[in-house]
Ligand binder design. Structure first.
Ligand code: MG
Length: 364
């Protein structure tokens, strides 16, 4: 994770390698890491800067401008960065700092400013980084009129995905990152189930849109995912440049995976034979309005509510029988109750769902 690319020797060597390997830069799958021939993200001028964005009530404030009590050195001990004037500043050579608390899925707000005057060029100008879970970097770099390889500029998922646009402010001006991060998920055998994903808004402009990392951040390596804990500390990078940070707050997000695209189980609670189900079939109307049309397909009963089946029969609600009178809807939180006449034949329906409670007799 440490990236010693401030070395003049390494930079010169890298230049030679790039010249030699230029024609082999793009692969069938996309772009190789750190490709200088990759198109530059379009420059967008952000709207006017605002003051610090106050944290919401449920945020954990990681830095309010006064002290580094929520942070420590990744090497152990107190965080060795400078705090003054309401900001913290990287101390060259002091090392990365990390939060004492560990996090998984989060919304993160970070404000940062590149050094003034701008010193150096490329990766050597205003370089730091926000490492989610200590592994997945969103690059911090002075990318105002400072060219570098696109997957290494400000707001890049470093070495993997350039930002959609370059919306950097000039050095010295405060910039905002609003980050939504979803952690990777691993199977019990350690294999990857879901990659880490990141969405970033830089100075009010979308720059990463649910971007998947192909692995942890690295430099001149292609590191595979390796199973890790569901929560790990947030890390800020010391890249030998005096980058400033202020107003850092974080909100923990629900750790569940996105909802499945497959339907929930459709097993009926009780089994009703087709002949019985046919007794429910019909149109239920009140005051000239159709509440629902009930029909059977195979061993399943469906309802088309309010004649809304523009999507065809598949768009209708499967009804799951709990008894001969009580059914639940498959897709919507709602109950359907039938009234049976003296002969046990359904004669009326009641539908309770989405805040309504309506009844209607079965039309003759
Ligand atoms: Mg960096």
């Amino acid at each position: 994770m440490t990236t010693p690319y401030g070395s003049t020797t390494l930079v010169l060597l890298l230049g030679v390698l790039l010249l030699a390997g230029d024609a082999l830069a793009q692969t069938d799958e996309g772009w190789k890491a750190h490709d200088f021939t990759r198109p530059r993200p379009v420059v967008v001028t952000p709207g006017p800067a605002t003051g610090p964005v106050a944290p919401p009530s449920d945020a954990i404030v990681l830095f309010d401008g006064t002290d580094l009590s929520k942070w420590q050195s990744v090497n152990g001990g107190a965080a060795p960065w400078k705090v003054e004037g309401g900001y913290m500043e990287t101390v060259a050579g002091s090392g990365f700092i990390q939060t004492k608390q560990a996090f998984g899925d989060v919304q993160l707000h970070v404000e940062w400013a590149a050094p003034v005057p701008a010193v150096g060029s490329g990766q050597g100008r205003g370089n730091s980084g926000v490492f989610l879970m200590g592994h997945y970097e969103i690059q911090v770099l002075d990318s105002y009129e400072n060219d570098t390889y696109p997957d290494g500029q400000a707001a890049a998922a470093y070495g993997q995905a350039p930002p959609l646009v370059n919306v950097a402010r000039p050095p010295g001006e405060w910039q905002t990152y609003d980050i939504i991060f979803r952690r990777p998920h691993f199977a019990p055998d350690g294999s990857l189930k879901e990659p880490a994903r990141i969405t970033v808004i830089h100075n009010g402009v979308l720059v990463q849109d649910h971007t998947a990392y192909w692995g942890p951040t690295s430099w001149l390596q292609h590191l595979p995912y390796t199973s890790h804990a569901p929560r790990l500390p947030l890390i800020l990078q010391d890249h030998d440049n005096p980058v400033r940070f202020r107003n850092i707050w974080i909100r923990e997000l629900d750790q569940t995976l996105p909802p499945p695209v497959s339907p929930p189980p459709a097993e009926p609670i009780v089994q009703l034979d087709p002949a019985t189900l046919d007794g429910y079939v019909g149109t239920y109307q009140a005051g000239g309005t159709t509440l629902g049309r009930v029909f059977r397909e195979g061993n399943a009963l469906y309802i088309d509510l309010f004649n809304r089946a523009q999507g065809g029969d598949a768009a209708n609600q499967l009804l799951l029988p709990h008894s001969t009178t009580d059914f639940s809807m498959h897709w919507t939180a709602g109950d359907v109750t039938f009234t049976l006449d003296d002969a046990g034949v359904p004669s009326a329906i009641r539908v309770v769902a989405a805040g309504f409670d309506l009844q209607a007799p079965k039309a003759e």
